[in-house]
Design a protein around this ligand. Structure first.
Ligand code: GAR
Length: 210
């Protein structure tokens, strides 16, 4: 399976996905695309000899043209599966359709709570005692789509948005590679937006049980 990764920033999740595929005979990371020319993650991908592309959204007046540009590059590079890893742009419906059930996102909250931006700040303000991250299939609603995996941490009395972000990011780094593996090894099926987990898939996600 040839995988493309979309990033916008530091790319720490991207690094974990790259590392997890390094010795994998079923999967390889073939391209990393960033909308942000200054994304730090691009340097890491280059250092691993992975093809990189900058598609700066600011150079497009229409979202659809930006989406099409990304899609064309994915097709040219024969990409089969797509992972958003801190990609901070919203995809248009047509793009979502093209990658339907072949496209994962990670969000730093326990969806369906705290969709969108400033998740940790909102979680702290709300007083929730548990937080975490979610890997889900991409649908056209922001941070919506069938959930593949979640990982949970406590929100402690001394936590602020930065300490919570740090705890959640550590969980993201463990969860995302495992969720991707479920697809590269064909351990899950999706029927009518319901995810069907094989026994092996359930075992892989057992680490995140609470
Ligand atoms: C991660 O926490 C990721 O979940 C979040 O951005 C951060 C990117 O970090 N993504 C979103 O908020 C998307 N809705 P990274 O670039 O170091 O992987």
């Amino acid at each position: 399976m040839k995988i493309g990764i979309l990033i916008s920033g530091s790319g720490s999740n991207m690094i974990k996905l790259i590392e997890s595929c390094q010795n994998d005979k079923n999967a390889s990371i073939n391209i990393v695309i960033s909308n942000n020319p200054d994304a730090k993650g691009i340097d890491f991908a280059k250092s691993k000899n992975i093809k990189t592309k900058i598609i700066n959204h600011k150079e497009f007046s229409q979202r659809e043209d930006f989406d099409n540009q990304i899609n064309n590059i994915l097709i040219e590079n024969k990409i089969d599966f797509l992972c958003n890893a801190g990609f901070m742009r919203i995809h248009g419906e047509k793009f979502v359709e093209k990658w339907f059930n072949k496209h994962l996102n990670i969000h730093p909250a326990l969806l369906p709570s705290f969709k969108g931006l400033n998740t940790h700040e909102r979680a702290i303000k709300s007083g929730v005692k548990f937080a975490g991250c979610t890997v889900h299939l991409v649908r056209s609603g922001v941070d919506e789509g069938p959930i593949i995996g979640q990982a949970v941490t406590s929100v402690d009395a001394h936590d602020d948005k930065d300490s919570l972000a740090e705890k959640v990011l550590k969980l993201e780094h463990k969860l995302y590679p495992k969720c991707l593996k479920l697809f590269t090894e064909k351990l899950v099926k999706v029927k009518n937006d319901k995810v069907i987990f094989s026994d092996k898939a359930i075992k892989i996600l057992d680490d995140f049980k609470v």
